[in-house]
Design a protein around this ligand. Sequence first.
Ligand code: COA
Length: 142
Amino acid sequence: MKINIKENNKNVQEFNFLYDSVGWGSYDEGISKIALDNTFYSISVYDDDKIIGYGRLIGDTICFVYIQDIMVRKEYQSQKIGTLIMNKLLEKIKELQKINPDLRVYSGASKGKEKFYEKFGFVTRIDAGLGAGMILKTNEEN
Ligand SMILES: CC(C)(COP(=O)(O)OP(=O)(O)OC[C@H]1O[C@@H](n2cnc3c(N)ncnc32)[C@H](O)[C@@H]1OP(=O)(O)O)[C@@H](O)C(=O)NCCC(=O)NCCS
């Protein structure tokens, strides 16, 4: 395996390919393009030139930042690619925290993936003595 990392690559096809490959379904290209254009930092991981992993930071870049869409292609899971992506995103967050130490970092874990985030120091808001993280219900979830 020859690992290459790219910062801030906004390749819609690669993003959609990974999104589908981890079982999240297919995303409209136009929507993904807007999402990636408005992403302020991302990490793409390649085996040679083949996309195998991705993660991004969204938010206002200084007060509230969200870690989003950590995805590792199934054949490459459990080989610390997810860890590599998280560490790169957390390095970026450390830089931002030099400017604003009160920066808050969020992530909404998929069901069953909480343990992955716990390894990087994430806790549920309730365990941090805060109110519950809440999400607006959509029709699908009603
Ligand atoms: C979750 C995901 C990003 C992890 O990436 P990965 O490269 O397989 O993870 P790593 O090999 O870096 O594992 C890091 C640690 O997290 C743990 N971990 C990985 N996947 C996990 C899971 N699904 N549940 C619980 N723990 C998990 C590993 O056991 C490992 O622990 P260790 O350091 O004690 O060995 C990857 O499995 C994935 O893309 N899943 C599908 C998409 C997804 O659900 N993304 C999360 C969005 S919330």
